[in-house]
Design a protein around this ligand. Sequence first.
Ligand code: 26V
Length: 808
Amino acid sequence: MNTVFESKEEFIKLYESSVMSLSGKPFEDTSDIDRFDALVKLIASKSRAIQTETEERVKETGQKRVYYFSIEFLIGRLLDNYLLNLGIRDLVKDGLAELGCDLDALEEYEPDPALGNGGLGRLAACFLDSMAHEGIAGYGNGMRYRYGLFKQEIVNGAQHETTDEWLSHGYPWEVRRPDKAVRIGFGGHVEQYERDGRMCFRTVDTEDVLAVPYDIPVVGYGGKTVNKLRVWSAEPVEEVFDLEAFNRGDYADADRHRAEAEAISAILYPNDAGEHGRLLRLKQEYLFVSAGISSVLDTFRSEHGSNWQLLPEYVAIHTNDTHPAMCGPELMRVLIDEEGLEWDEAWDITTRTISYTNHTILPEALEKWPISTFSKLLPRLYQVIDEISRRYRDSFDRSASDWQDRLRATAILWDGEVRMANLSVICSHSVNGVAKLHTDILERETLKDFYALTPQKFNNKTNGISHRRFLAEANPAYAKLISDAIGTGWLDNADELAKLAEFENDPAFLEQVGAAKHANKVRLANYVKRECGLDIDPNSIFDVQVKRFHAYKRQLLNIFKVMDIYNRRLTDPNFRVAPTTFIFSGKAASSYAFAKETIRLINSVADVINNDSRVNNVMKVCFIPNFRVSNAQLIYPAAEISEQISTAGMEASGTSNMKLMMNGAITLGTMDGANIEIVNLAGRENEKIFGLTAPEVDELRASGMHFAWDMYNADPERLGRVIDELTDNTFAALSGDFGSIHNELMSGNDHDFVMKDFNSYVQAWEELTASYSDHAAWNKMALHNTASSGWFSSDRTIREYRDEIWGA
Ligand code: 26V
């Protein structure tokens, strides 16, 4: 497959001269950064050559283009991934070694772009990888934030946020394309004018900024397809530097224009905390939507002319959550105002082109904008939305007795707000959830009135993950074992992982599975030692919960379990459980007090337990700071227990559950999100399921019969004691007590059923860890999980999108 370099010698020659010409120094004098930079630029230029071929093929064959609009792309480091995908990892590694360079060491210089919050942004990145692998002409369209998600530091147990300056040394993968910049207008007012005897609309007196694209290559496994991710940066339209202000000494004022424009792409919102209503966020959304649509239409026009009725045949626009919801109205605006189409024709084209994925049922997460803010910032777009809304209402079927309720639930404009989820559904021909249960809940509850109107729009697309990044690349020890056993075909086709089932009763093989896991645990222990100064024991069970902090994800339940085990170890001389390291990692939105207090609680419990010589040889608690794609790739391979303990019905899908399963961890989880599909694929006997089910949660909520204080009183010895310890100074030494958690839990009446599920959870954990001592049986379960995980490759997910939504 390797046509990138004829031979190792050719690579060495090209690379050496590239290092020297880029740095202007003899090779021996160059730094590791020079060498890293030159390596990326060489691989990027090779990738762009394949990109040109891909582009020619797409044009020649008239392949449909898919544009994935997402305000987040959490791409992670690319170098190692692209070397693997190009089939030149070994060649490059050996070539570098001959020059005295260590590939692994150079890779550490690559920034890990944090252009996303968590699952949603990482999913978008996995989809890019899989689209390129499947040979789909698929392009990402997003934002180039100057500062990504904040860096997390832990100070006295608490999360501190600092800026993520990922661009400070430049980003060698990107190419700035000023020739493709798009002017974006904000504010102003709409005026009517006549064009060719037709009344038209335009916006005047706008304040404009320039959206400048940066292209990042997306290299597909197999090396045949290279697509691109286009991210937009906001800049001033023209250099307006106020010399007069400068001469007065008003330096800030002199550059105000530039600063105001650049603010739009300055920072990623840590948006699981509800940024609705913030003007800058709305500007971000419009910037990447409007610039993206303009760039999509330019490409279409250059290939098909202005035959707009062909657009749905050659273009699919997918909207990742509601952040790109303005795609519908923006496409309408351009087709009508700029291309002169009639409403009905434009509407038909728009709805046949656009599709939408919902990623959460949390009502507080559904985007809404005040009409006043919206119409001032985007007056013409608002008119278009108003007209979509008017027509939707006018055509609404009023024969059912409850039609008013149904209209209220599905309206776009309501209570002075623009409701982005409803706008997304109405503008799309397809609406999907991200796991079976999630889609069921959308159909039965969240979007039930839309489902009643247009059931054919709704479908499920269970999430997936890049098995190449999260197994092949993250876990080389296990990947080698797998390839030695079943060949390397699984890299191309993850279903082939099923062939591992043959080895489930092979004791020697199972031992090697255990050995690979152990090596990964040692690797993680070394990282933890370096990063936190903490010694953790690779012979203990690694019990892992890594994800954003959120009440419904119930990291609180996990740490309650740890507190309970600690208490029982101290009070009950007969209490025995397997030595365990409890590993947590994840960020909390900066404004989300409860989540941040949970982080502080975990670190405070860690501080007490890790320093208590009565227990610290058999239990440790470890919070790994600054969870991100690069350290996630060290954590998943080392995990033995995968904590997936969200309140049933709340986690739309989850994707860390899949990454951990693939790496041979056993899921300790609730019947929620994609956990259900994990259990269906691997068998309930190979996971550990506990707790309320989604219908039970619903029922209990509806009954109003669940009382936190009753739970507390019913179990004074264990649960009661854990609750008391939030406020009795047991864990206060580091930075104080946890009154706010206590209050939230008891006054909020255990909203997330942490207390309700406590018993079944701790019992499930005890049963699961009791089985650890039978290593062969454990490794068999681990291998069975990997063997059953192929379906969770995002290649499968993407093929479903392609066949059932995009028709590409
Ligand atoms: C946003 C907000 C904003 C307001 C406060 C509460 C809240 C809670 C969650 C969110 C995130 C919404 C979108 C999201 O990231 N969803 C995640 O998408 C993943 C990929 O589909 C999926 O695996 C996760 O289960 C889902 O939470």
